[in-house]
Design a protein around this ligand. Structure first.
Ligand SMILES: Cc1cc2nc3c(=O)[nH]c(=O)nc-3n(C[C@H](O)[C@H](O)[C@H](O)COP(=O)(O)OP(=O)(O)OC[C@H]3O[C@@H](n4cnc5c(N)ncnc54)[C@H](O)[C@@H]3O)c2cc1C
Length: 392
């Protein structure tokens, strides 16, 4: 098969991939190849539609209007549509992520129709950099064929996403069923998965935004269709909230916000648990005080649980095999510029970039705290800043 030549290859069609496409198309570089197995907004559509957002509707709206190609899509989409639905919501409130997912799917559908977009439904398997020419050759396994499609480009942008991290079960030899965090974040599927006709106990580990949403869903189940469900909450540290300061947000990316913050404040704090509705179906297992205390707490309480949910962060989806002149390419990501470099080398790897939850921007707040900026609008702001240097 002949090798196709494009100006750039964008891997992934989640919110980050869509944002990259908008920014690249705006610059009219030529044909942009876009690869994803389904082009359905990534995990936010397939996993998180029922999750309440922690950001205002206005920021999803700002994302939708952020580039000229997006504007073109919105103008040419028949109303009513995902954009008009989003525009009708209270812009200062939050919403379920389904609205945001539909907005991204609407943008995707429109971008896929553009002449400058070459879309490929499949997975990027590998990419090789020719160091002499600075050209990437990208191999794609299409959904519909066993053959590999080859594309050559000078820019390769990875927007490949992340998934919930799983850690080893903290008690050796324990026969406990794992519950995927994504499933617990989807109440409609959770209700179908857990039995309601016998006592069950679910252990949940963590105190992050996702952990608190998972506890909220489990609690609501125990208070309605699953009255025999009980929750053991293993947590190391106090609940941490985002704090709204003058023009900036302390713990903007790591603190609890929105519904999760309200629930945690009113029902999960130590002085609320004894009397709160959540406290009637949940026991907090305090794991603070170091690894030995934590291990003892798991040893004591985990064996009585039937299911284990771990909300302990997100890990990058495995990347395509990346090589330079056929040899494995070792690389580290620069969270300030979206570029990569090889360990021990100061110069960037030519034409290789990353964005999205797998490759977020590093931000430092006025108190000097470092965080990674994850969210639709944050991806967009980062790209607006760095894409001009990617295409210079
Ligand atoms: C519980 C939760 C709540 C959140 N709430 C909010 C919120 O309120 N507001 C907000 O702004 N953000 C929120 N986010 C954060 C964020 O917006 C999402 O995590 C975001 O959807 C990540 O987008 P992404 O494009 O980086 O990755 P993904 O959505 O994971 O997309 C990656 C895409 O790349 C594809 N892909 C991967 N590997 C390959 C390959 N080799 N070849 C081709 N395609 C590939 C995948 O199939 C997928 O389609 C939330 C996240 C979570 C987990």
């Amino acid at each position: 098969m002949a090798t196709r030549r494009c100006a750039a290859v964008v891997v992934g069609a989640g919110p980050a991939g869509v944002a990259v496409m908008g920014n690249l198309l705006e610059r009219q570089l030529g044909t942009i190849a876009w690869i994803d197995p389904s082009f359905e907004a990534g995990r936010v559509h397939c996993k998180y539609r029922e999750v309440p957002s922690n950001t205002k509707v206005a920021l999803f709206q700002a994302f939708a209007n952020a580039t000229q190609p997006f504007q073109k899509v919105i103008d040419s989409t028949k109303s009513p549509n995902a954009f008009t639905k989003l525009a009708k919501l209270d812009q200062e409130s939050t919403c379920t992520l389904g609205y945001a997912a539909d907005m991204v799917r609407g943008l995707t559908d429109g971008l896929l129709k553009m002449e400058q977009v070459y879309a490929c439904h499949g997975l990027v398997k590998s990419a090789n950099l020719n160091e002499t020419t600075s050209n990437w050759t990208i191999s794609i396994k299409q959904n519909s064929s066993e053959d590999l499609e080859l594309i050559e480009a000078t820019r390769l942008i990875l927007c490949t996403g992340s998934f919930p991290t799983t850690a080893p079960i903290p008690v050796a030899g324990l026969n406990i069923q794992r519950l995927d965090l994504d499933l617990v974040l989807k109440p409609s599927e959770l209700a179908e998965t857990l039995p309601s006709d016998r006592p069950i106990s679910v252990a949940i580990v963590g105190a992050s935004h996702s952990a608190i949403l998972a506890i909220l869903n489990l609690t609501q189940l125990a208070q309605t269709s699953h009255p025999l469900l009980r929750i053991s909450w293993f947590t190391r540290h106090p609940l941490r909230y985002a704090e709204y300061k003058d023009g900036w947000i302390l713990r903007d990316n790591t603190g609890l916000k929105g519904l999760a913050a309200n629930f945690a404040r009113s029902e999960l704090e130590d002085d609320k648990l004894a009397t709160s509705p959540a406290g009637q179906v949940l026991a907090k297992i305090d794991c603070a005080g170091g690894p030995e205390i934590e291990a003892a707490q798991y040893q004591k309480y985990l064996p009585a649980c039937d299911y284990l949910v771990q909300a302990v962060g997100y890990s990058r989806t495995s990347l395509p095999d990346l090589t330079k002149d056929g040899a494995p390419l070792l690389m580290s990501f620069d969270h300030d510029t979206g570029t990569f470099h090889e360990p021990g080398r100061a110069s960037d790897i030519p034409g290789l970039f990353g964005a999205g939850i797998a490759f977020p921007e590093r931000v430092v707040d006025p108190h000097g705290h470092e965080e990674y900026a994850v969210g639709f609008w944050k991806f967009m702001k980062f790209l607006k800043r760095v894409v001009p240097s990617w295409v210079a």
